[in-house]
Design a protein around this ligand. Structure first.
Ligand code: AMP
Length: 400
């Protein structure tokens, strides 16, 4: 890696201001998915073992620059303490004399979590006064917040100007290794599964992966724009007619490059759907050509598509998955996503990479989180990195 990393530092007796991504899903005070907390543990443990002090900065939700108890990181401190097996001092501020005093009193090997950095309006504006205040909390800067690395904020980018050395933590290194090197120089067959809501969100990724993958499997609502491009009917399915030409161009590129580009051969359909109540009306299937009738909406890939895609996945040596195959949040529409997660997990010969966002939720909900090689902690950051964009939170770190 071209950037300085935590392994380049002598941390003994040093206070490390350490940006993590603890933007975890909450239901009231309860954390419903700990993936991001678990992702930060190796670097926190490393700092502690090396005799440093970990002073953690994170955001949670979108409090829009105002103090809001709903977005306090206090519940996260409790879970982090349990997972680490050592106390975590929660400091109810992230800047100013009281915060600086609180962290200056910590003994080496301690861990502190500061309150939500987005309680300050300057955070998302990359305000340099705020960044400088954050820098006063310690002696070195570690960025391990991969999920926020695509944003130039005061605690991810601005701070690196004031606090040196500024280095990458273990999580960011692993993310770049799996989403970067392992897909850049993937062992063949390299099978990519792309799903999710919109072609327009994923077209740059599709285009880039067409240069690297042997096979691309398409699912989710995205498939219906491709179906339109092939002259099929999609009924009331979520689709983007404005992107039909984009879909056609991707199909053409796949042909030219010799990439196997598969679309669903059958779809699960419903005649009504209530997302708030997580319920659907009557359930049907598309016709033998994969057409969906008016009044019906495609909500998942069908069983024949699952079998077809599972066959491709069984022979893969590298797998990258981004986006669910259907509206997996609703049980009646989740079978395809869960079956594909299972097919990925079953292939123990392959390096399997779950590229962030909702596909991570789907794989975890299906119970296969522990059976894949790597689960990215980034949603937007993973997508932007896979698109080939530079991540400001990584760019801001010191060169080796
Ligand atoms: P993305 O963020 O683009 O990966 O999209 C994830 C979202 O796509 C999830 O909330 C899914 O419910 C949604 N999605 C997947 N398949 C469909 C579909 N057939 N119709 C509507 N939404 C879908």
């Amino acid at each position: 890696m071209a950037k300085k990393t935590i392994q380049d530092l002598d941390l003994k007796g040093k206070r490390a201001v350490f940006r993590v991504d603890f933007n975890v899903p909450l239901r009231g005070d309860e954390i419903t998915d700990k993936t991001r907390i678990l992702g930060a543990l190796p670097t926190i443990r490393y700092v502690v073992e090396q005799g440093g002090t970990a002073i953690l900065l994170s955001h949670l939700g979108r409090p829009k620059g105002e103090v809001n108890a709903k977005y306090s990181l206090a519940p996260v401190a409790k879970v982090l303490a349990d997972e680490l097996g050592q106390p975590v001092f929660f400091v109810p501020e992230s800047r100013g004399p009281a915060a600086e005093k609180a962290v200056s009193e910590l003994s080496p090997g301690s861990v502190a979590l500061m309150e939500n950095v987005r309680f300050h309006v300057g955070e998302e504006k990359n305000d340099l006064d705020l960044a400088q205040d954050f820098s006063k909390l310690g002696d070195v800067f570690i960025n391990d917040a991969f999920g926020t690395a695509h944003r130039a904020h005061a605690s991810t980018v601005g701070i690196a100007q004031f606090l040196k050395p500024a280095v990458a933590g273990l999580l960011i290194q692993r993310e770049l290794e799996y989403l970067g090197d392992k897909t850049e120089n993937a062992e063949s067959p390299f099978v990519v599964i792309l799903g999710g809501a919109k072609v327009s969100d994923k077209i740059t990724v599709i285009d880039r992966l067409l240069d690297k993958a042997d096979t691309i499997l398409i699912g989710g609502a995205m498939a219906y724009t491709f179906a339109l491009a092939l002259g099929k009917t999609v009924g009331d399915s979520l689709s983007e007619p404005a992107f039909i030409d984009t879909a056609k161009a991707a199909l053409k590129k796949a042909k030219e490059k010799g990439v196997k580009f598969l679309l669903p051969v059958d779809n699960v359909t419903v005649d009504s759907l209530d997302f708030d109540n997580m319920s659907v009306g009557n359930i049907g299937v598309s016709d033998v050509e994969g057409n969906i009738r008016d009044g019906w909406e495609g909500v998942d890939i069908g069983p024949q598509t699952v079998a077809l895609y599972a066959g491709e996945l069984a022979n893969a040596k590298t797998i990258l998955m981004n986006g669910p195959m259907g509206i997996f949040e609703i049980e009646a529409c989740s079978k395809g996503s869960f079956a594909i997660a299972e097919a990925v997990a079953k292939n123990k010969e392959a390096i399997s990479i779950i590229g962030g966002g909702d596909s991570v939720k789907a794989v975890n909900q299906a119970g296969f989180g522990g059976d894949v090689s790597f689960i990215s902690t980034g949603g937007g950051a993973s997508l932007e990195f896979l698109e080939g964009k530079a991540l400001p939170g990584v760019e801001a770190l010191d060169e080796k």
